[in-house]
Write a protein of this length. Structure first.
Length: 257
């Protein structure tokens, strides 16, 4: 059980951006050491010279997104790496994945979102490329966009607890009110939980990295991620594997002719 409980609806998005950015930086620090064996539409020829924090801050400034959308993309990322045809997320593909997944998540979770032309301009990529990346991303996760609220809340709580339990906890840019469960103590064979409301007042910004010596990672947390439903090979489609059946409907690639 997580010590901290995040109010997803009211938690300041800029504070969550900072926590998520530090988490992604730790992932990139590990994954960048792994040789790239698969090049996808999301890979850049060179590593963009903008940090994850600056990139997410820019997107939120000119095309605001919700906390639910930001948390959702992390779960999408974890799902991608667990797929049979998944790939390692590193500094070469993280920026395109961020802008694309935020477009998809915003459209799915929010009643207010922007045109792809605006997202493309904010993200620094051509509109035609963003349209293609959006379609590739949807096929990559098999259009499994829905995340149940309890699962999203469990993830948010563990994410916040992990960030605040570091030796030098991440300080937030503004005051955030969160729920805190410091101890769970037994009393006459009955377990009682003490819940208090903790105010975290942040006046300074400290940037921290998490260090892990593991295999390719996406998140150093283990909440109950929603699993992507597996489909039979006959009904599944992956954008990097062209179908070879004779009877096809819809768009057909020249490679299939």
């Amino acid at each position: 059980m997580s010590k901290y409980k995040m109010n997803i609806a009211e938690f300041p998005t800029q504070d969550l951006i900072k926590i998520v950015s530090d988490l992604l930086d730790s992932m990139l620090l590990t994954n960048n050491q792994i040789p790239t064996t698969q090049i996808t539409y999301f890979h850049s020829r060179a590593v963009p010279n903008i940090t994850v924090l600056s990139y997410l801050t820019r997107i939120h400034k000119f095309a605001p997104f919700t906390n639910e959308a930001l948390l959702s993309i992390l779960i999408y990322f974890d799902s991608i790496t667990k797929l049979e045809n998944g790939f390692t997320i590193n500094s070469y593909n993280i920026h395109r994945l961020l802008i694309t997944s935020l477009v998809v998540a915003s459209k799915f979770t929010s009643d207010v979102f922007y045109a792809n032309s605006r997202y493309a301009k904010v993200g620094g990529i051509p509109l035609r490329e963003l349209n293609q990346l959006e379609l590739e991303f949807l096929f990559l996760i098999n259009f499994q966009l829905h995340i149940k609220l309890p699962e999203l809340q469990d993830y948010a709580d563990q994410l916040l607890s992990h960030a605040m339990s570091l030796p030098n906890p991440i300080t937030l840019q503004q005051t955030s009110i969160i729920s805190y469960n410091p101890t769970i103590t037994p009393n006459n064979n009955n377990t009682t939980t003490t819940t208090t409301t903790t105010t975290i007042n942040a006046n300074h910004h400290h940037h921290h990295h998490y260090h892990y010596n593991t295999k390719p990672i996406v998140l150093p947390l283990t909440p109950p991620y929603p699993t992507i439903e597996t489909k039979s090979k006959k009904n599944s489609y992956h954008p990097y594997k062209r179908p070879h059946t004779k009877n096809r409907l819809g768009l057909v690639s020249p490679k299939d002719l």
